[in-house]
Design a protein around this ligand. Structure first.
Ligand SMILES: C[S@@+](CC[C@H](N)C(=O)[O-])C[C@H]1O[C@@H](n2cnc3c(N)ncnc32)[C@H](O)[C@@H]1O
Length: 224
């Protein structure tokens, strides 16, 4: 039986349907990110990819990518993304042809996310890596990133303490939110001004807020 005539009934579970659909969307829009999502759906049933790639998460990362390009341009030798989860932002940056990026490291303390991030970013080859590490234990001088990204600031206990680990002058993109009711959000802020005070950056190229249905996301781009 060919693919075209395969019965489309109950035998096909939602995962197979989602795989077929994302693969089709990837072929239609020629997107490595969407092709990577199809691979994740097929290979990692344990991954919470529909949460990591829901429309709010995507909106926040598109916002980050646009503001980054407009504030700092598109040329980066090495980008480090801390709390990088499944590597969605890395994939979105590596796919965007306006950017010229040497390598992206998506670093996360949770060892279970690395394989999923690698599957998502497989087409980037050596330009992508997903090391497992605690962001407080990374030697940032050795890492040598010319941009450090943390879109998980609401998850980390001591933002200013972490930022003090970065070499002076390092450029950063930070996101947090006011979604206090989520139990894993231990470091939320009420306003973007509060986020500016919490981070205490040496220079600020961008500061903004993106209202979502249940919460507002905040973003700072600048240097330590
Ligand atoms: C839920 S996710 C990301 C949410 C965020 N809205 C985003 O998409 O950027 C938060 C991630 O931060 C990671 N994380 C938390 N503490 C960390 C630490 N100390 N070092 C590295 N990663 C950490 C978690 O393992 C998790 O994958």
């Amino acid at each position: 039986m060919t693919e075209a005539t395969r019965p489309d009934g109950d035998q096909l579970d939602w995962r197979e349907r989602a795989f077929d659909l994302t693969r089709g969307i990837a072929a239609y829009c020629q997107s490595p990110v969407v092709a990577g999502l199809a691979r994740v759906i097929a290979k990692h049933p344990e991954a919470d990819i529909s949460n990591a790639f829901n429309h709010k998460q995507v909106a926040c990362k598109v916002w980050a990518r646009e503001a980054l390009f407009n504030s700092l341009g598109g040329r980066f030798g090495r980008i480090a993304i801390l709390g990088g989860w499944y590597g969605v932002l890395a994939a979105m940056l590596l796919e965007d042809r306006r950017f010229d990026i040497g390598r992206v490291e998506s670093i996360d303390i949770d060892p279970s996310v690395a394989a999923i991030a690698r599957t998502l970013n497989r087409d980037a080859g050596e330009r992508f890596a997903a090391p497992t590490a605690d962001m407080y234990q990374v030697d940032y001088a050795v890492l040598g990133a010319d941009l450090v990204v943390n879109t998980s600031c609401e998850h980390i206990a001591d933002l200013a303490g972490w930022l003090r680990l970065l070499p002076r002058g390092t450029r950063v993109l930070l996101q947090s939110n006011d979604y206090f009711s989520e139990p894993t959000h231990i470091s939320c802020v009420e306003t973007v001004e509060a986020f500016e005070r919490q981070a205490g950056l040496a220079s600020l190229a961008f500061s903004g807020a993106l209202p979502q249905k249940k919460y507002t996301r905040f973003m700072l781009i600048g240097s330590v």
